[in-house]
Design a protein around this ligand. Structure first.
Ligand SMILES: Nc1ncnc2c1ncn2[C@@H]1O[C@@H]2COP(=O)(O)O[C@H]2[C@H]1O
Length: 883
């Protein structure tokens, strides 16, 4: 067992026996998923896993290198302004120790590969983390990266020491403690490894870097550490996988002249453009070889030009072989970048032999048989490159049907071209005994005309249009029959392709039409009123005109969740950013929300919500105009435009009417909104208590603003009859509610106790919490309802709902006995609802409280754990002390 492997095991042992937060050991073997079975560990690196998201990079895209930077996809790598040592000193509470086989003692750290147990966790965290990164980048939340010194780039022994020294000067005493504990831990590790002190945990590898230039001077001492292969990735997007780096710039001591090296990512753009160039070279051969063979006359005057073009295309073929030597490939899903492996992989592949075959130098035969372009026919084997290029273009293009049509036409033209040239060759060689069956003036015409005549003949034959000169002998008959049969097949194939293209072009329209027809049939069957039918059809019109997909969720349903999330972020985030309520909130919070948004479309005049309804959703205006209207439906209290939001008050239970809508909102024209359900909102808020406090604070402010606005007046005018913006009077038992004495005689079923309460006495002992006038109560309420208190209080909803009950109970407008009775019934029902909600709310709050406490305890444990020294005894002591 290698020393490094022992290190792994020893760390694993420690990991099992201690809290996992103390250190995380990540083994780096040869296999993609970090299995160390059968692999020697050759590299060791220490990476802090709690780096700032924007200072942390993952394998760019889904791929990572195995032998260059050696990253398993999803493993966090240090990239940011803070070097590892610094992070270790200042904030790291968890260490990832990456080991791999000792090439010469412990050599350069080639990168990161996780141990079996750490991989799934890392992958999981990464998918979320990368989304967070995406959101952070989109929001511009990423912290500016500090310019890094050479030492900061790499976590060599020196760099760690220097970083620790630098950091020690800056960080707090707590950080220094952590620093010390880590130094002790490193010492401990060193002693376990029995390595000389000059060999640091983070060592260098002699591995190439993915898409990076490096110097040939890759002596152990000056090699950069592997983790940097992604360090210089330009953005948080993690999409750029090709870049260059001079390794001599890594280390000031380096005096070796730079020799550039690079590896191409097969999925990268560079590879794509290169395949385009090679495809052009192939196309040249594809069109020209047969043409020059059929019409050899053209060679006489232009031989030099043809030579130049031929050998230029050969040069491109040759360059393609070189290119292949430096093109990475995937092994177990991980991009290989090791030059030796790349070379071996290419040379052992069929592609290599095909590429060599393409360049078979039959040209030497020119010397004996003279110039004949058919000797270059092996160049056509390169067609595999052309097909690959076409496939990729078809996958990537935004106009697939246009591309398919163009490609089909091209294939047709090429087939006609080859067929025409073949026909001309037969004709030139005296046909099948006679030349009567071909056009007569061919002999005298110039080359271009002869070519066009042949092409024309083939077009007639292959499109089965006919009108060909009649064949005379058997050979001619046979040839023309074959031509016509081939033409038939070709025609059928082309028709099929064209039909496919046309179908896919009109697929969206057909689907839309089918939906519309279905709805129309349904409305006719159910005798839906005409005006409604017209409204529905207009809604479809708008949908079609704005090119909206009626079922956006279904459109992306086949994608994996992570991709869906990324799409959702890109589609919705801009809208969310405009919404004040979500500005300056945590990226993770937004990320969670964005995944839960559903687009909806409202027609002109539609009420999105009505005052007094139970609020179940909040809305964000993406496009369109909406009006907040008073009860009468005419008084407009506010107009909402893109970027506005509404419906938050009831779903946050902030209104005086608890979870009831405080106003009605109507769509003026077609409105394009995002809906966020109450459940989703609360699910997210559960995880982000700070965001919740903030949202509630904004909601409180908004409520106050509404109250100052005309809404208050409008609401007051009709607040006696409807739930809504009615001022809080505190919590009053139903029994204590006041009934106007004039009605008491008419209410035999009504509890007598109710009648005893003084009429709307604000200071009544029965009206707990009621103080002062309506206005003062209002301000008192808003004062009481601080976000924090609201967030913590499980009684707010109860209070609000009861307030509403009180207000409604205090309504003096009930004119008759029946009305009173029905009102009592209604109030009782509502009371039950409110009680049910209240108990559900308290359960939720209890759960939240429990979660917070647990989290707090965890963090305390972590802090204690990270301060501990590496020794077992210390950890044990810490644990005890925590307990
Ligand atoms: N005066 C107002 N100005 C703007 N928006 C309002 C006003 N009154 C109510 N709203 C919004 O309309 C929404 C109606 O439902 P909610 O009470 O849940 O939340 C309400 C607010 O978001």
């Amino acid at each position: 067992m290698s020393t490094a492997k022992r290190l792994v095991l020893s760390w694993r042992g420690r990991k099992q026996s201690h809290d996992s937060s103390v250190g995380r050991l990540v083994a780096h073997g040869g296999s993609a998923l970090g299995s160390v079975d059968g692999h020697e560990l050759d590299e060791i690196a220490v990476v802090s896993s709690n780096a700032d998201p924007c200072h942390v990079k993952y394998g760019s895209g889904p791929l990572s290198t195995i032998n260059g930077p050696r990253l398993v996809p999803g493993i966090i790598t240090s990239t940011g302004g803070r070097m590892v040592g610094e992070r270790l000193c200042s904030s790291g509470t968890r260490l990832d120790v990456i080991t791999s086989p000792a090439q010469s003692g412990v050599q350069a750290s080639g990168g990161v590969k996780s141990s079996n147990e750490s991989v799934p966790r890392a992958l999981k965290s990464v998918s979320k983390q990368s989304l967070l990164d995406l959101v952070s980048c989109k929001l511009g939340m990423s912290k500016p990266q500090k310019p890094r010194s050479y030492n900061e780039h790499y976590f060599s022994h020196d760099s760690i020491s220097i970083a620790c020294a630098n950091a020690a000067a800056n960080v707090s005493s707590a950080a220094s403690e952590l620093d010390l504990s880590r130094k002790a831990r490193r010492k401990d590790l060193r002693s376990k490894l029995k390595l000389p002190s000059s060999v640091a945990l983070a060592s260098y590898a002699e591995a190439p870097f993915l898409g990076r230039w490096r110097t040939s001077g890759s002596a152990a001492g000056i090699n950069p550490p592997s983790s940097n292969h992604l360090n210089s990735t330009s953005s948080c997007s993690g999409t750029e996988r090709f870049g260059f780096r001079r390794a001599d710039s890594y280390h000031p001591r380096s005096r070796i002249s730079p020799k550039w090296t690079f590896v191409f990512d097969p999925a990268g753009r560079l590879c794509y453009y290169w395949s385009m160039v090679v495809s052009l070279a192939f196309l040249y051969n594809f069109w020209v070889i047969i043409y020059r063979f059929a019409f050899q006359e053209i060679n006489r005057d232009t031989i030099l030009v043809w030579f130049c073009l031929d050998y230029f295309s050969d040069f491109l073929y040759l360059a393609d072989i070189m290119f292949h030597f430096r093109t990475g490939y995937l092994e177990d899903g991980v991009l290989q970048t090791d030059s030796t492996k790349l070379r071996q992989h290419y040379m052992n592949s069929t592609t290599f032999y095909i590429d060599c075959l393409c360049l078979l130098p039959l040209d030497f035969l020119y010397l004996s048989i003279g110039f004949n372009s058919i000797l270059r026919s092996f160049r056509l084997v390169k067609i595999y490159r052309f097909w690959a290029f076409m496939d990729r273009t078809e996958r990537h293009t935004n106009y697939p049907n246009l591309f398919r049509s163009t490609s089909l036409i091209h294939y047709l033209l090429v087939i006609f071209h080859w067929n025409g040239c073949l026909f001309h060759i037969i004709h030139k060689n005296n046909g099948f005994g006679s030349k009567n069956w071909v056009y007569s003036d061919s002999e005298n015409a110039d080359v271009v005309k002869q070519y066009l005549q042949s092409y024309y003949w083939c077009t007639l034959a292959l499109t089965t249009i006919g009108d060909l000169p009649r064949p005379r002998n058997k050979g001619e008959y046979l040839f023309v029959i074959l031509q016509l049969l081939f033409g038939l097949m070709l025609f059928a194939t082309v028709l099929g392709h064209v039909a496919n293209i046309v179908t896919s072009v009109s697929a969206a329209r057909k689907e839309f039409q089918a939906k519309l027809d279905g709805v129309k049939t349904y409305m006719r069957m159910r005798r839906v009123p005409n005006h409604l039918q017209v409204k529905v059809i207009k809604w479809f019109d708008y949908l079609w005109l704005t090119q909206k997909c009626s079922d956006e969720e279904r459109a992306v349903s086949c994608l994996p969740d992570k991709l869906k999330a990324e799409i959702a972020i890109n589609v919705h985030l801009d809208t969310l950013k405009r919404v004040e309520i979500f500005q300056n909130t945590e990226a993770g919070f937004l990320c969670e929300l964005v995944l839960r948004l559903r687009p909806v479309l409202f027609s002109p005049g539609d009420y999105i919500c009505r005052k007094g309804e139970v609020g179940k959703e909040m809305y964000i205006v993406n496009r369109g105009r909406l009006q907040v209207v008073a009860d009468n439906g005419r008084t407009v209290l506010a107009t909402l435009k893109a970027g506005s939001y509404f419906g938050e008050i009831s779903i946050l239970n902030m209104g005086t009417a608890g979870n009831r809508r405080t106003a009605s909102v109507r769509s003026v024209g077609y409105s394009d909104l995002f809906v966020l359900s109450k459940k989703d909102m609360w699910d997210v808020l559960k995880e982000y208590p700070a965001a919740r406090v903030r949202l509630e604070a904004i909601a409180v402010k908004r409520l106050e603003k509404y109250k100052k606005a005309p809404l208050e007046k409008a609401a007051m005018g009709r607040s006696q009859s409807t739930p809504g913006l009615i001022e809080s009077r505190g919590k009053i038992a139903l029994e204590d509610m006041w009934i106007p004495p004039c009605l008491s005689g008419l209410t035999p079923a009504y509890p007598r106790s109710l009648l005893g309460s003084p009429p709307r006495a604000p200071d009544s002992p029965g009206s707990r919490g009621s103080r002062g006038s309506r206005a003062s109560t209002s301000s008192g309420r808003s004062h009481r309802q601080t976000p924090a208190s609201h967030a913590r209080s499980g009684t707010t909803l109860h209070c609000d709902s009861m307030t509403q009950l009180v207000s409604e109970a205090a309504t003096p407008l009930l004119g008759s006995h029946e009305a009173l009775e029905s009102e009592i019934k209604r109030l009782r029902e509502r009371l039950h609802t409110v009680e049910a909600e209240n108990s559900a709310m308290s359960t939720k709050l209890n759960q939240q409280q429990w979660e917070l406490e647990t989290r707090l305890a965890e963090i305390e444990m972590q802090i204690c754990g990270s301060r501990s020294t590496s020794s077992l005894e210390d950890n044990e002591r810490n644990r005890e002390s925590i307990i």
